[in-house]
Design a protein around this ligand. Structure first.
Ligand SMILES: NC(=O)C1=CN([C@@H]2O[C@H](COP(=O)(O)OP(=O)(O)OC[C@H]3O[C@@H](n4cnc5c(N)ncnc54)[C@H](O)[C@@H]3O)[C@@H](O)[C@H]2O)C=CC1
Ligand SMILES: O=C(O)CCC(=O)C(=O)O
Length: 540
C-alpha cells in the first residue's frame, strides 16, 4: 500500500535504514510491489509540485511527465537515485545529476514489445485507413468507397534503426509476408544474418520501401534524418511512421511532402514538442497520431515499474545498479591526476567512431609511459564512452560504456605499450571493423594539452578539437591545390593542415581544421578528386 507522506529525514530503523521514495508519475501498482512490500521503504505517490518537503527523499521514480531539472535536484538534497520507468531519459538532466553524484537508471527492455506492437498497429491503420473510416462512421456516414486500402503482403517495410524495437517489429512484419529492409550503420552483418533480415544503405532503403518506420535514438545524426532531401528519395505514395522520438522525421518536411502528395500517409506517436495539442500535421486527413502511448500497455508499465523498483531497492541497499546511465563523480584527487588523459581518451574514442561508421568488433587500447601507472580502466571506459556516444540513445559514460559495448558485441581490452617513441606518455587505440582497421595514437603534453600524434602508419600532430576533415589520398603533385579549390568553392576556410606520408608518391593522409562544420555533400565531393580515396568529417 502507498503510505502517507514522509515528514522526517531518512532514519535508522533498528539496524537497517528507512528510505523515503517519491513516485512522481503514474506507474503500475503491481510493478511497484518490490517497493511497497519492503518494510525499509516509505513510498509516496505524488507529483513533485504537490510535495511539501522534497528534501527528505532518497529516490525519485518518474516516467516522462516529470521534468527532472537541476533546480528540482537542488530541492531534493537527500536524493541518491533517479529511476526512469522507460527507455528515453530526455526529461532528466543527466549532467546535473552526475555533478551532484545522483545515479540515474532506466528500464531499457520493459516496453520493447509494446512499442513494436503499437508501431505495427500504426502500419495497419495507415494501410487500411482505420482511424479515418472510424471518424466517418461516427459522423453518421456510410462511405464504402472513400477508404480503399492496400494489402501489406508483398510490400517492403524499411526499418531505420535495428535495435530492440526494430528487431521485434521485423518479426511481426514477416508474419504478414512483408519483405523487410533494414538500415543501421552499427548493425554487425552477422547479427543481421542471424535475424534473417536484408540490410541496405539508407538511399537504397528509401528508394525501395513502401512503408518506412524509424527506431533510432534521437541524436545529432538522426535529428531530421528523414528531412527534405531524404524524403525526396522515397517512392511516391510511401507511408512514414515515427514511434521513436519527435524530430527524427522532420515535421516541416513531412508536411511539405504530405501536401504535395508524395507521401501518401504518416503515423506519429511522438512529436518535436510535447504535449502536442492542436498539431498542424494532424489537421491533414492522411496523418494519424497517438499521444506518445506506444509504451502504454498494462504489461509494459508493469515491466518498467518492476524493473526500476527492484533497481532502486538494490541500489539503496548498496548493490551496483544494473542499468545505470551515469556515475557518481570520482574522488577529487583521482580526478585531477587522470583528467588530462581522460579528456584525451574520450576524444580519441569520439574520432574513431566518426571515421569508422561501420560495425565494429573489437577495440584495443594500449598505454605507455607515465599514464600506464594510473587506473587505465577509467580511461578505457572514457574512450569507449566517446566511441559509443555516436551510436546509442542514452548518455554513455564510464559507468555504462562497458555494458553497452558488451550488449553490442564489441570486445575491448587493454595492453601495456612498451615503446613510447620519445613521448612521456602515449595512448594507442585500434578499432577493428568489418574489413577495416583504424589506429590512432595520442599523448598529453604538459602546457600544450592533448595531441593526436599518429593516424594508422602516418605521423601527424594536431589538437583534437573543433571541425576537422580527414582525407586519405595518394601523394601526387596538385592534390592539395584541387582540395583547396574545392573547399574554397564550398566557402570552407582551412585553419590548419597536417599532411603525413611514408614515401614519395605513396599513400598519404591530410587532417584539416576548418572554420565551420562542413556538410556531407562537401565530404562526398572531396572523393570526386581522383587522388582522394577516402574523406570524412570529424566534429569534436
Ligand atoms: N514511443 C514510445 O513510447 C517509445 C519510444 N522509444 C524510443 O525508441 C527508440 C529505439 O528504442 P530501442 O529499440 O529500445 O533502442 P536500441 O538502442 O535498442 O536501438 C536503437 C538502434 O538505432 C541504431 N542507430 C543509432 N544511430 C543510428 C543512425 N544514425 N541511423 C540508423 N540507425 C541508428 C542503433 O545502432 C541501434 O541498433 C529510442 O529512441 C526510444 O526512446 C522507446 C520506447 C517507447
Ligand atoms: O510511456 C512512457 O513513459 C514513454 C516511453 C518512452 O518514450 C520511452 O521509454 O522512451
Amino acid at each position: 500500500m502507498i503510505q502517507q507522506p514522509v515528514l522526517e529525514q531518512t532514519q535508522q530503523k533498528g539496524k537497517s535504514q528507512l528510505y523515503n521514495i517519491l513516485v512522481a508519475d503514474s506507474m503500475s501498482k503491481e510493478g511497484l510491489a518490490p517497493l511497497l512490500s519492503n518494510e525499509n521503504v516509505n513510498c509516496v505517490e505524488k507529483k513533485v509540485d504537490e510535495v511539501e518537503d522534497l528534501s527528505v527523499y532518497d529516490a525519485l521514480l518518474v516516467r516522462s511527465a516529470t521534468t527532472v531539472t537541476p533546480e528540482l535536484m537542488d530541492q531534493m538534497k537527500n536524493l541518491k537515485i533517479i529511476a526512469r520507468a522507460g527507455v528515453g531519459v530526455d526529461n532528466i538532466d543527466i549532467d546535473a545529476a552526475t555533478k551532484r553524484g545522483i545515479v540515474v537508471v532506466n528500464a531499457p527492455e520493459g516496453n520493447t514489445i509494446s512499442t513494436a506492437e503499437h508501431t505495427f498497429a500504426m502500419i495497419m491503420s495507415l494501410a487500411r485507413k482505420v482511424p479515418q473510416a472510424t471518424m466517418s462512421i461516427k459522423n453518421g456516414e456510410w462511405n464504402r468507397k472513400g477508404f480503399q486500402g492496400t494489402e501489406l503482403r508483398g510490400k517492403t517495410l524499411g526499418i531505420v534503426g535495428f535495435g530492440r524495437i526494430g528487431t521485434e517489429l521485423s518479426k511481426r512484419a514477416k508474419g504478414f509476408e512483408m519483405s523487410v529492409l533494414v538500415f543501421d550503420p552499427y548493425l554487425p552483418t552477422s547479427r543481421a544474418e542471424e535475424l534473417g533480415v536484408t540490410t541496405a544503405d539508407l538511399d537504397e532503403l528509401l528508394s525501395k520501401a513502401d512503408i518506412i518506420t524509424v527506431h533510432t535514438p534521437l541524436t545529432k545524426d538522426t535529428k531530421g534524418l528523414l528531412g527534405m532531401e531524404n524524403i525526396a528519395k522515397t517512392k511516391k505514395g510511401v507511408y512514414l511512421i515515427n514511434c521513436a522520438r519527435g524530430g527524427i522525421i522532420d515535421e516541416e518536411a513531412l508536411e511539405h511532402y504530405i501536401e504535395n502528395g508524395h507521401v501518401a500517409g504518416a503515423a506519429l506517436d511522438v512529436y518535436e514538442e510535447e504535449p502536442a495539442t492542436n498539431h498542424k500535421l494532424l489537421a491533414h486527413e492522411q496523418v494519424i497520431g497517438t499521444p506518445h502511448i506506444a509504451a502504454s500497455t498494462k504489461e509494459a508499465q508493469l515491466n518498467v515499474a518492476a524493473q526500476v523498483s527492484e533497481e532502486v531497492v538494490n541500489f539503496l541497499d548498496g548493490l551496483p545498479a544494473l542499468n545505470s546511465i551515469n556515475l557518481p563523480t570520482m574522488s577529487k584527487e583521482l580526478y585531477e591526476t587522470i583528467r588530462p588523459y581522460y579528456e584525451l581518451t574520450k576524444k580519441m574514442g569520439d574520432i574513431l567512431s566518426q571515421v569508422m561508421k561501420t560495425p565494429v568488433q573489437e577495440i584495443d587500447v594500449q598505454y605507455g609511459g607515465e599514464v600506464a601507472d594510473l587506473d587505465t580502466s577509467v580511461l578505457t571506459r572514457a574512450l569507449m564512452a566517446g566511441f559509443l556516444s555516436h551510436r546509442v540513445d542514452a548518455p554513455v559514460n564510464d559507468v555504462n560504456a562497458s555494458l553497452i559495448a558488451k550488449e553490442r558485441g564489441i570486445i575491448f581490452g587493454e595492453k601495456y605499450l612498451t615503446n613510447t617513441v620519445g613521448y612521456s606518455n602515449l595512448i594507442k587505440a585500434t578499432v577493428q571493423g568489418e574489413g577495416r582497421t583504424f589506429t590512432i595514437q595520442g599523448t598529453f603534453v604538459k602546457e600544450y594539452g592533448p595531441r593526436i600524434v599518429r593516424i594508422n602508419d602516418f605521423n601527424v600532430d594536431f589538437y583534437p578539437t573543433g571541425h576537422l576533415i580527414y582525407i586519405q589520398h595518394s601523394d601526387k603533385p596538385g592534390v592539395i591545390g584541387k582540395m583547396g579549390q574545392l573547399l574554397g568553392e564550398h566557402n570552407v576556410n582551412i585553419a590548419t593542415m597536417q599532411v603525413g606520408r611514408q614515401q614519395e608518391g605513396g599513400d598519404a593522409i591530410m587532417m584539416l581544421a576548418v572554420d565551420k562544420e562542413v556538410t556531407d555533400e562537401v565530404v562526398k565531393d572531396l572523393t570526386s578528386i581522383e587522388e582522394i580515396t577516402y574523406s570524412d568529417k570529424i566534429e569534436l
